[in-house]
Design a protein around this ligand. Structure first.
Ligand code: SF4
Ligand code: SF4
Ligand code: SF4
Ligand code: FES
Length: 949
């Protein structure tokens, strides 16, 4: 069911470039060849009654409601399954058609009484609509016959219900689960009257393979599948189009509202990144906005051991500013800094870095992208000339071979994964390079051609051996390289990767991947017409993260796989605005648009615009800030929307650094782990409460629109403006559109971006400037941004983190679908039903030698620290490797991660930690202590079957 302001055209658009002209009800209509009669009629302004058709799914032709008459043809063909032909003459209305349609509807109504007034779909039900249109108010077949009125409801899913008594067995839900989501969790069981929708063969929705994406709910024409929030709150009265604040896919939604309460988040069918699809997080997990844990009043305290004291906004802002001024007066200008957030809008991020540079007067600004995708920026800028992914998501539909390296799209980027799975079901081939058997390795109708199950920390060795095969087996695209790349750098790289030490055979003992698989994968990728690489944090969060990104770019250039649709190098960004926070100048060495602070011309432009003298030297990165805090030279920090104490590596070190500071000003939704070290707490606003833009992994800038008033009183950008003013540097913005205007004036890749244009086009992929006024879906067409592509020699240097007899296993980390990052939002939603604790995955062999069984508590110890969690015994991980997620502070996985980091960017090496695992009886002391302090009930939360708000 799609409600507000959308006209369903019945069947998907045809892709043909040739056109066909026909006549519908006497009017001439021209449409693309391959269009259905139903869609042609809709495009001409008409509407043929329908029930089993919707324009997100292939036509099915089961309800027989959409019958039409075609001149010269016998019978009444279904308009959804009949395509147009040149000169065809169609009648969509006639007494005979009306009679046939009435008959069909009466049959439906005999098993689905029109008790519409009490139904949650009242006013938005397609059966109700067609019954009204055909003036069917009762049925000749009576209501007393066999029916499904007493069929029990399935309310197991926390977000939606299935009521079989309202089901018309149109199978739209089944097809949505197959075609749109690609999970294939639903079937139609039985025949005729006995037909019934079933989730994974008789399971409840909750116990089935359903991943709660909501595609079936969206597709259902009646209230059979309904959001619980809709049942509870009733039909929405208004809708606002906005962008998901969870992952880097950047799905567009219509937030539907009644009385300032969010009734549902309907995925936007015209959304460029998601085309009407969504995942469980964006679709349903918005309840954290109104969670009682949310802090809505500013608070201050003199010492972190003191209790918080609620104060007015004026007092909190005034206190924060005077503390920063005091610290700078006492310890020097460099003694304070700021952290921008990849969860906040571009405009908010831009303002925080502006505050640091212009009001603090230094360049001590960094962002959480430091700890995830900073190597992407460095690696892609060095090789290709731009710090961003090269494609639009839709590009994958033209890929012939897709290589996924160190990413788990079905968990981390689910809507992109659904699109990818669609392409794979059409026949594209898949290569997965991952230490773990991620879901895509084998899923319904999909099996990877190659799973290169490398040892954590050996990406560069694997990439070099793939490249070795390309250059030594004559698979390099010499014509492409000659035309588009630097000959000297190519020659150097070619000679390097061709060395025997880089062969798959020589690297086998390093990577653990059989040479034959590496050779097969390299041939498949290099010989693909279109080979596309998608990668994630499994590439970047390593001591050689930047080297691996360069290795990926090298491989793509050498095989000619850049600069058109279907190919490319595509970083899958973790958080919603990682791309944007990097673009906006959040790194200490760069202004917006990735221009170095030492560039006098660039700096001059900012100085003129901001009316201040700016620092010429790069400021401190996050790890440098911690070091400086510990040595006493860095004393104050403004942190917007970031939980350093939970998300940064080596928690002991981070906490010591945070504890050493004199003033931490934290702006966030909740009292997170970092709040334990804060002196001023400024309540933040959610994405539903403000205006701005996010930039997703495709460089797509989309609008975030205020849906409800900020419960805390201010949008985050307004708080930064107030703080800047209190620091003596007034900022004069009345609306985020004015901030974007400033970004556009100062950033060459944004010069033609305006809110008006985003509203008109729906979204814009930067660069958007004079050369590309409507944006750039595909980068590096014709030539690379830097001119000639540069190959970098990527010597494999093993990480310093080695296994030993004391720490014999390697720990690596990842995410689950239902939780998000440090879990601050998703832990405060019913998503905990699916994932209520982080567990340690351990191979059966490693478990057996340690006496560990499924569900046992295990101690996880590294050179940095130790924690305790429960074990899951699975062969998804290889022997010698253990794996966990990092969504719950009670686990504190970063207690064990080390300070090793990428050589170029300091991105932490989260993905490789040498550990030991032993069976224990209870959580570690610090976990119990911290759990008590926070008033948490550690045990009860993690008992099976126990959920929490
Ligand atoms: S649940 Fe809805 S979509 Fe699925 S078959 Fe029934 S009426 Fe159709
Ligand atoms: S919610 Fe998604 S995964 Fe679950 S049954 Fe519906 S379409 Fe399938
Ligand atoms: S979390 Fe990601 S995939 Fe899911 S709805 Fe939001 S943007 Fe889309
Ligand atoms: S809408 Fe065409 S047969 Fe159902």
């Amino acid at each position: 069911m799609y409600s507000i302001d959308y006209r369903d055209r019945g069947t998907p658009a045809a892709s043909s470039k040739s056109e066909v002209t026909l006549e519908i009800d006497g009017a001439s209509v021209t449409v693309p060849d391959g269009t259905s009669i139903m869609r042609a009629a809709a495009l001409a302004g008409g509407s043929i009654p329908k029930l089993c058709a919707t324009d997100t799914l292939k036509a099915f032709g089961s309800c027989r409601l959409c019958l039409v008459e075609i001149e010269g043809r016998k019978g009444y063909p279904a308009s959804c399954t009949t395509t147009v032909t040149q000169g065809m003459k169609v009648r969509t209305e006639s007494p005979a058609l009306t009679q046939l349609r009435r008959n069909v509807v009466e049959l439906y109504v005999s098993d689905h009484p029109l008790d519409c007034v009490s139904c949650p779909a009242n006013g938005h039900c397609e059966l109700q609509d067609v019954a009204e249109r055909l003036q069917v108010t009762e049925t000749r077949y009576g209501l007393a016959g066999a029916n499904h009125a007493d069929a029990g409801k399935d309310t197991s899913n926390p977000y939606f219900t299935f009521d079989p008594s309202l089901c018309i067995v149109c199978s739209r839900c089944v097809r949505a689960c197959d075609e749109t989501q690609g999970t294939l969790a639903l079937t139609v069981e039985g025949r005729g009257f006995e037909s019934r929708i079933s989730a994974s063969a008789h399971s409840s929705f909750l116990d089935s393979e359903c991943v709660s994406c909501g595609a079936c709910v969206e597709a259902c024409p009646t209230a059979a599948l309904s959001e619980k929030s809709l049942i509870e709150l009733g039909q929405p009265t208004r809708a606002v189009t906005t962008t998901c604040a969870y992952c880097g896919v950047g799905c567009s939604f219509q937030a539907e509202v009644k009385d300032d309460k969010i009734v549902r988040m309907a995925p936007n069918r015209e959304g460029h990144a998601n085309q009407g699809h969504a995942c469980v997080k964006g679709r349903f997990a918005f309840g954290y906005t109104t969670h009682p844990d949310r802090v809505l009043k500013p608070m201050i305290r003199a010492r972190i051991s003191d209790p918080w004291r609620e104060v007015s906004w004026d007092e909190a802002i005034g206190h924060a500013a005077s503390e920063f001024k005091r610290i700078q007066a006492k310890y020097g200008r460099q003694a304070v800094g700021g952290i921008t957030s990849s969860r906040c809008t571009n405009e908010e991020t831009f303002l925080v870095q502006k505050l640091v540079r212009a009001a603090f007067g230094n360049n001590n600004v960094d962002t959480c992208a430091r700890v995830c995708h900073s190597p992407t920026g460095y690696g892609l800028k060095s090789t290709l000339g731009e710090s961003a992914g090269t494609q639009a998501f839709t590009s994958v539909m033209k890929a012939d071979v897709v290589m996924i390296i160190g990413a788990n799209p079905t968990e981390g980027h689910p809507v992109f994964a659904s699109q990818l799975k669609r392409r794979l079901r059409q026949g594209a081939k898949l290569i997965v390079a991952d230490p773990r058997a991620i879901g895509l390795v084998r899923t319904p109708h999909i099996e990877a051609e190659f799973h290169l199950q490398l040892k954590p920390g050996t990406n560069v060795a694997l990439l070099n051996s793939l490249a070795h095969v390309v250059v030594t087996e004559g698979l390099a695209r010499d014509d492409y390289i000659a035309a588009r790349c630097e000959p000297e750098s190519y020659q150097r790289w070619r000679e390097f990767v061709a060395q025997a030490k880089n062969s798959p055979e020589a690297m086998e003992s390093v990577t653990g991947v059989p040479a034959s698989l590496v050779r097969g994968a390299a041939r498949l990728y290099a010989r693909a017409g279109n080979g596309a690489i998608y990668y994630g944090l499994g590439v970047t969060e390593h001591s050689q993260g930047s080297t691996a990104v360069m290795g990926i770019a090298n491989l793509a250039m050498a095989t000619g796989n850049l600069g058109r649709e279907g190919v490319g190098v595509n970083p899958l960004r973790g958080q919603n605005n990682v791309q944007g926070s990097c673009d906006m100048g959040s790194f200490p060495h760069e202004f917006s648009g990735y221009r170095h602070v030492s560039d006098a011309t660039v700096r001059g432009a900012f100085e003129a615009a901001w009316g201040v003298k700016l620092e010429t030297e790069p400021g401190l990165r996050i790890p440098n800030m911690f070091e400086a805090a510990l040595d006493g030279s860095f004393r104050g920090m403004y942190i917007q929307g970031e939980d350093l104490a939970q998300s940064d590596p080596n928690t002991g070190h981070v906490e010591a650094a945070l504890g050493a500071m004199e003033c931490i000003v934290l702006q966030d939704l909740f009292l997170n782990e970092t709040a334990r070290f804060a002196h001023v707490f400024l309540p933040g606003s959610t994405f539903l409460e403000k205006d701005g833009t996010f930039t997703n992994a495709e460089r797509r800038v989309s609008r975030v629109r205020k849906v409800i008033e900020p419960r805390n009183g201010y949008a985050d950008w307004e708080i930064t403006v107030r703080l800047a003013e209190a620091l003596g540097y007034p900022m004069h913005y009345r609306h985020p559109s004015e901030i974007m205007a400033e970004i556009a004036r100062l950033t060459p890749t944004f010069t033609a971006v305006t809110y008006e244009k985003i509203d008109r086009l729906g979204s814009i992929q930067w660069p958007c400037n004079e050369q590309a006024p409507e944006g750039t879906p595909t980068m590096h067409v014709g030539e690379f941004v830097r001119g000639k592509g540069r190959f970098y020699t990527t010597e494999y240097v093993p990480t310093r983190e080695r296994t030993s007899s004391r720490f014999p296993l390697i720990l690596t980390t990842g995410r689950v679908l239902t939780q998000y990052n440090v879990g601050a939002q998703t832990r405060r939603t019913p998503n905990v039903v699916w994932h209520s604790e982080d567990r340690l995955e351990i191979h059966p062999h490693d478990a057996e030698v340690r006496g560990v069984k499924e569900g046992d508590w295990v101690g996880l110890a590294s050179r940095a620290g130790e924690t305790v969690l429960r074990a899951t015994v699975t062969d998804r991980v290889q022997p010698g490797v253990v794996y966990t997620t990092f969504h719950f502070p009670e686990l504190g996985v970063n207690v064990v991660t080390t300070e090793n980091s990428d050589w170029a960017t300091n991105c932490p090496e989260y993905k490789v930690t040498a550990v030991q695992v032993v069976k224990v009886n209870q959580p570690a002391d610090w976990q119990q202590r911290q759990g008590k302090q926070a008033g948490r009930r550690w045990k009860s939360r993690t008992e099976p079957g126990v959920s929490h708000a």
